[in-house]
Design a protein around this ligand. Structure first.
Ligand code: MN
Length: 729
């Protein structure tokens, strides 16, 4: 029972074998239906052969065999027999519905759709494939389980096709089917597919590994038996009844480890995995206690997926210990029930269910599929979708606790922002920082398992483009993008409205007046727009030409079209440049007509927002801004004066004093100052004291625009080795 499922190709398999196996786990199964499906399939494929030369029916037989090993329900097995008949034999799906019912026909149609997807550019087509599979899955998850069984048999018999096709199929399998199997929790299928892919994608590595493992096999098997015996003895000593198995890890996981650690085979230590299967959860922890008291555990390697199951419902205790002869061994401890779920994943839901459909419909396992489908609708670009999917399918993650003790799982590398968006969009959008285990961290902090997180929000906070670089989850990224798209739209609407307004004013009228006369109607119709607002957006983006709009307003008479076009272009450039400068929250002042110029506040009069101001063009030092009342203006002739305006979007900076205690070390003040400046924060003043006990005590006045910027200063300084504490003074 505790053994891995074996999915090897069975060349002599018959329908009677299969019927026998089905009755083993499901004595009341409608095997007549299964036999009819077999006959239907055999007849449809009668003239066809596999690339191996075998009669085609051996393929559906083996696909169904895999589904039987996963203990699927009769409907799925029937669909397994019929999975290729629509595509390869031109059988009408209506016929399947007539003979086998609607839900089986739906599974077969879903499978046919998946197989019809044509490959164009690599990334793009995978995404498209993925989308369609998700759509098919959302209707009935059994589609994907049959597809996995189909792919498993195809890749197992891949030696008969061209090298090019081998590579393509293996890559596609690794990119799409392996992550899906993993996400659905079907580990037996996942690790099986991985090894098969490795064989075709990196044959050199695969055969080297196979050879090395084989060379050491007898030695290894001896060692495995040794370990199993020791573990068994220890368990018995403490009266823990258990089944212990041991084996080499699959090649792909060894290969991945070699890659990620940059080592060769010889240096990979924990090649062996042992499994202890017990009857209940208490025994799991008892067995763990026995293991940890009998062998030295490796720190940081213990994971409790029993208390906190993975998102795909996987449960087990994982630990790595130093086994006999000082070799590292990995040990998984679980109950028989957990083992079933681990091996068969979502397939376990159909256990003894005859009509399993409803069961999964309202199962929570579908939640992530639904969420992905939502993304599917809001994303236009395929590679974007692919990125999102890949993130979500990447298994394994960190477990984070809320202050109330709830647990959330997030992918590795997730930040407080990801967590905030996982809680609620509103929380994410206004997040300024977080407290991890009571300590302030910046938004870039990478969450670790076991962290307790408290999100800090501020009403004035809004998502920014930089956040896209910080977040890891597609949910957060998606929400930020939606927000940015709305801002972009608003900006374009404003620019468009201004441009049209200014253009019509020179004809002695206003947008409002034209609208009142109903003169926009035809234009909106022409562009297929519903509201005037949408027209503004189109003008702002540059999709609609103002000159063409003017020409179609009856009350406006245009004399020289070219001249008008020129005027509009100049106007458009200046409005866009103005909007761009205004959008920059770091400029207190906007200089009319000039981009990217250094602007300073005049120290003589120190104007504050709201004052009437004027800019003076200095020699080589950009523009200095002065109040209208400042005497300095008199020193400059008219030609060196320039119009400047306060930027309505400017974010004013606040001065905060922070106290930094450090170990006393030469150059520490310079180092801290540099660190603060490097993250773009201005230091107004710094005061240093040396304390008697070999410590440094500094007060810095820094200018920050908001709390999140303040947090950034604090967390950056706290990361320095020499810094003992950072506090607000
Ligand atoms: Mn097939």
């Amino acid at each position: 029972m505790a053994d891995r499922l074996d999915f090897s190709h069975e060349p002599n398999l018959t329908i009677d074998d299969l019927v026998g196996r089905v009755l083993n786990y499901h004595p009341e199964a409608d095997v007549e239906l299964l036999k009819r499906a077999y006959e239907f399939s055999a007849k449809a494929h009668i003239t066809q052969k596999r690339s191996s030369g075998e009669p085609y029916i051996i393929h559906p037989l083996n696909v169904v065999a895999t589904l039987v090993k996963l203990k699927m329900d009769i409907e799925t097995l029937v669909a397994g027999f019929l999975h290729d008949v629509v595509e390869d034999c031109d059988v009408d799906p209506m016929e399947i519905e007539k003979f086998f019912g609607a839900s089986i026909a739906q599974i077969v149609v879903g499978l046919t759709k998946i197989s019809k997807i044509e490959f164009k550019s690599k990334e793009e087509s995978q995404a498209e494939n993925f989308r369609k599979m998700l759509v098919a899955m959302a209707k009935d998850l059994r589609v994907i389980i049959v597809k996995l069984a189909d792919r498993m048999h195809n890749i197992r018999t891949l030696q008969y096709v061209s090298a090019l096709k081998q590579q393509r199929v293996a890559q596609e399998t690794l990119d799409i089917y392996v992550p899906l199997a993993s996400r659905l929790g079907i580990h037996s299928v996942k690790s099986d597919l991985e090894d098969l892919c490795l064989r075709y994608l990196h044959p050199d590595i695969y055969y080297k590994l196979a050879e090395k493992v084989a060379k050491k096999r007898s030695e290894r098997e001896h060692y495995i038996m040794d370990c199993m015996q020791t573990i068994n003895e220890k368990l018995e000593e403490y009266n823990v009844k258990a089944e212990v198995t041991g084996r080499s890890k699959n090649f792909y996981s060894i290969y991945k480890k070699m890659n990620s650690r940059g080592v060769d085979f010889e240096q990979i230590q924990d090649l062996l995995a042992f499994r202890i299967i017990v009857s209940n959860i208490t025994e799991c922890y008892k067995a763990l206690g026995v293991v940890h008291s009998s062998f030295t555990p490796i720190p940081g390697r213990f994971k409790d997926y029993v208390a906190i199951p993975k998102a795909n419902n996987y449960q087990s205790l994982h630990t790595t210990v130093i086994g006999p002869k000082a070799e590292r061994i990995e040990i998984q401890i679980r109950t028989y029930e957990m083992h079933e779920v681990a091996e068969r994943g979502i397939a376990a839901h159909w256990k003894y269910k005859e009509r399993g459909n409803q069961l999964v419909e309202d199962s929570k396992d579908l939640a992530w599929v639904k969420e992905l489908l939502e993304f599917n609708q809001s994303m236009k670009n395929n590679s974007e979708f692919m990125d999102a999917i890949k993130d979500d399918l990447d298994m394994g993650g960190v477990f984070i606790f809320t202050p109330k003790g709830d647990v959330k799982e997030l992918p590795f590398g997730a930040t407080p922002l990801d967590f905030a968006f996982a809680v609620h969009t509103e929380v994410g959008s206004t997040c300024v920082g977080a407290k991890i285990n009571g300590k302030l961290v910046s938004l870039k902090y990478r969450l670790k398992s076991g962290d307790t997180i408290d999100i800090l929000t501020s009403k004035t906070q809004t998502p920014s483009k930089d956040w896209l670089k910080i977040v890891k989850t597609s949910r957060a990224r998606n929400k930020i993008k939606q927000y940015l798209a709305k801002i972009e739209r608003d900006k374009n609407r404003e620019v468009g409205e201004q441009l049209l307004e200014k253009a019509v004013i020179s004809y002695g009228t206003t947008v409002k007046a034209i609208e009142k006369r109903g003169e926009f109607k035809k234009i909106l119709e022409f562009y297929n727009l519903k509201h005037l607002e949408e027209l503004f957006v189109q003008i702002g983006i540059g999709h609609s030409n103002v000159k063409d709009i003017l020409k179609n307003i009856p009350s406006i008479e245009i004399e020289n079209v070219e001249e008008v076009q020129e005027q509009i272009e100049t106007l458009s450039q200046s409005i866009k440049a103005q909007a761009k400068r205004a959008a920059n929250k770091d400029n207190a002042v906007i200089v009319d007509g000039i981009d990217d110029i250094q602007v300073r506040m005049g120290k003589c009069c120190n104007p504050i927002p709201g004052d009437q101001i004027v800019g003076l063009i200095t020699k080589g030092r950009g523009i200095s801004v002065h109040s209208f009342k400042c005497r300095k203006i008199l020193d400059f002739e008219d030609g060196r004066r320039i119009q400047v305006d306060w930027n309505p979007n400017y974010q004013y900076k606040y001065t905060v004093t922070i106290r930094v205690i450090t170990h006393d070390k030469p150059g520490i003040l310079a180092q801290i100052s540099r660190t603060i400046n490097n993250i773009g924060i201005n230091i107004k003043s710094a005061v240093a004291k040396s304390m008697p006990d070999q410590k440094g005590d500094f007060l810095f006045e820094v200018e920050v625009k908001d709390f999140s910027e303040y947090l950034r200063v604090v967390s950056t300084l706290e990361a320095l080795d020499e810094v003992i504490s950072v506090d607000r003074a």
